[in-house]
Design a protein around this ligand. Sequence first.
Ligand code: FMN
Length: 365
Amino acid sequence: MSAEIARALNTLARAATFAPSGDNTQPWRFEIDACAGRITLRLDESRDRSPMNGGNRMSRIACGAALENMHRTARRHGWRVFEVPASEPHAWTLELSRVALTHADDAALEDRTTNRRMYDGRAISGTTLAALRNATAGDHEEVRTVWLDSKDSLKGFAKLEGAAFERMYALKEIRKAIADNIRFDAPPNARVEYGMPSGALGLNGVQLAASRLIAGLPDWLLRTSGMLKAISAHAKQQIHSSSALCVVLAKDYEDATDVCVGKALQRAWLALTEEGLSAQPMMAFAVVENMLVSGDEALLRKLGVESVEAILDRWTGLLPQAASLRPAFVLRVGYAPAPLARSGRQPAPALTSHAVRETVWSNAP
Ligand SMILES: Cc1cc2nc3c(=O)[nH]c(=O)nc-3n(C[C@H](O)[C@H](O)[C@H](O)COP(=O)(O)O)c2cc1C
């Protein structure tokens, strides 16, 4: 196999690592078989054992986003690539059959980032919305991407997501899992290779100190002190400051559908980046729903099945399509200054790094 194929496979692996993942857990590993011209992306369950990731749903979505980055990179270079039918669950193999020594700039891959600051609420022009809709049209049949830019939609979603935030943060297990992935040990703007730098949270000093403190507080204190309300008020304010929502709707809870959700959200997020728009996933509703569908029984009892169902029922009033399709991923979208810090990535490919620990070079040139 040619040196070009090996280089191209490395380029694909690197592109994949720029994908978003829940709390920057990067739940993937790569296996590169330069001889066969193949790269396999495997979901690594050990990377995110948090209760937010029950059944590995969030990790599968992240893997879908990483796959989208690889397809996009191959397309942009004019390389021919196809997905080889899976030989095992939670592994996806791409095979390159033709590469040319081309150079294709794709700034959006690296520029895309989660911006948790308040946005300025400015309306998005019709032309920009049309470009976004165009970039996300023709999704896989398992998913559909919709864009909502009315104030009523933002208001309705803020209520729904705010309520989900309150339920989620009421559980110490969740607060602790979130805090564990915030890198309080590093300078706020450090490009940490795992987890999130505290500067990326878009919080002021007091809020940051509180977010560290609440992980260890008993649930009753959270409920009675008004802290839960404050946390949910912040999330609601973030949504109110936005210009629109991008919602990825899915037809079911199948594993393969989660991967399609990841591909679709990444297409949307890269299109947003190219249009100069900021975005942040708002996934408390999806976390509590996932706890209902695939979560731990004891934790679900603490969370309260009926109250979660009541929160999720609000979707149908907000989005008629939600009667038949399931909202699976939401990005709030708008204009904002750049985030004060960004998460880094484990380097790829490098045989010593975790992300490519199992990389296999067979007959590497
Ligand atoms: C499945 C999934 C769920 C996410 N949920 C949230 C969320 O609820 N809130 C949030 O601020 N960011 C969320 N994110 C964004 C990640 O925290 C972010 O992608 C990661 O920290 C890496 O940072 P980057 O996007 O700036 O590269 C989510 C990302 C994925 C893929």
